[in-house]
Design a protein around this ligand. Sequence first.
Ligand code: BES
Ligand code: ZN
Length: 599
Amino acid sequence: MDPHSHARPEEAAATHLSLDIHVDMAKQQINGTATYELKRQGGDSVVFDTYGLTIEGVSLGDGSPAPFTMGAPGILGQALQVALPPGADKVTIKYATGPNAKALQWLRPEQTGDKKHPFLFTQGEAILTRSWIPIQDSPGIRITYDAHVTVPPELMAVMSATNPQERSSDGSYRFRMDKAIPSYLIALAVGDLGFKATGKRTGVYAERGMVDTAAWELADMEKMVEVAEKLYGPYRWGRYDVIILPPSFPFGGMENPCLTFATPTIIAGDRSLTSLIAHELAHSWSGNLVTNATWNDFWLNEGFTVYFEHRITEALYGKDYNDMTSVLGYQDLLQTIAEIDSGKHPEDSALRLDLAGRDPDDGMTDIAYEKGYALLRLIESKVGRPRFDAFLRNYFDHFAFRSITTDTFTTYIRKELLGPERVDLDLAAWIDKPGLPADAIVPSSEKFAEVDAQLSRWSKGAPAKGTPAKDLDTQGWNTFQWIHFLRHLPQGLSGREMDELDNTFHFSKSGNAEIQAAWLEQCARNGYTKAFGTLEGFLTTVGRRKFLVPLYQALLTSDKGREAAMEIYAKARPNYHSVSVRTIDEMLGWKESKPTHIF
Ligand code: BES
Ligand code: ZN
């Protein structure tokens, strides 16, 4: 049972969706029909999830109208229940999206890179697809789909499916996804897009002005697919493309099948942030092929993917690279556990979650990623890599195109690996107890030890007491080393000390969003107001929640910072996607005079 869907698949489950929609960029509305093929096993109705949709009518396969009712609205939206006569196995729902469809972000031309055309993208995970398609919106239910989408003829549409590589003359596009996928992976983007191949199966979509830069940055995509296949078996989705979205995209990446959606903040100019693509690609196995059955099992998607991501980047970029990203992830994990521990839901630091009655988005933290990764790394260290790789490969094959619960996984791994190898491991504690078990492996990095050494040499602007910043030995440092440096600056730095750092290392002007964000966090924390203009610029253009949360949080540590946060947010909020808005509204205690994101 999925606590976040109204659907009752045991009575009637959708198996195929035919979508026929028009995207009205001017009205910021999608309307059309969703036609479902159904598998029925008793019962006299089928139930779909909706959120803020106007349902204009429902008909059966023979065109006759079907009576329907709408349930009471709540955090899950509204149930749409359609009465079915015996034998009816097809329904068509005519609908239109509402003004606050949470999955959709409509951008005006000035919010895009090229500034000439509007842009639309969708974000389905976790339970947002129901705000643009009436659907059985549970990751436990899988469907194939085809779609006919019409858009203004000057724009191009792409989906998580087979995609065009050129604009059509009339704004009409057809898509097919022949593999059964969960609803959160249905995705659409519309804009003035271009495409450039990076290999025979891989390529990049982006706004026209960005295509060449993006293709250069992501040149390793084809190799990533090859490495991934060598590890855990054939890539089963045909093409693997990436679309670089405008900066308001609320995530780093989203693993929509065939077409990863990604933030432009990974375009650093030096290919240093492409591990994010390795992560989204890895989801083509962990997540898209073998899917969490409910959002309580979210760690099955993300923990396995972080492990797989590390294996891809290790093969391509070596052990040092991996040590660094492992340490950064471990630092995030410890911080997340501390925050959860002192918060309203201390139980959220268990791998298996209990999110019933809550918006699942609130429980989706670094725990799933980094604690999940820590568990898999521990098991790998106990059985050895070759044995663990063989297990994982079989796991992906065994559960391919299925959605599984944590219990299904634990039963399987006990039988296939832990039992036969006589592994000494308290799996139950790892899965269900909050916090980090004592046997977790603590990662370390030689490259970071170099950084620590320089940090302790720094005189903090008082040369008599040590080495000035300009004389620190930072030559050849990579992006992760700079991030580590910035994360571990001493606390309570003065304006003069911050001046010294910025004048020497030019963090404020860094073209690398990760470095800039880590620096701006220090600026916010230390009340370094000189950088607040840059901070405002960053917060009003970038909508990636992973950057926004620590930056606003750092501002909130002082009264002056809080004032700045409120002022900046008032300007930035209209540029953010609903998932970022929800998070930051709550952090800042923001009250909108006119209600938004309700219907
Ligand atoms: N599937 C997630 C994004 C997501 C998570 C969307 C939860 C909605 C709810 C995606 O694969 C992801 O993990 N993205 C990360 C990047 C990754 C390198 C850790 C992100 O967006 O930062
Ligand atoms: Zn992920």
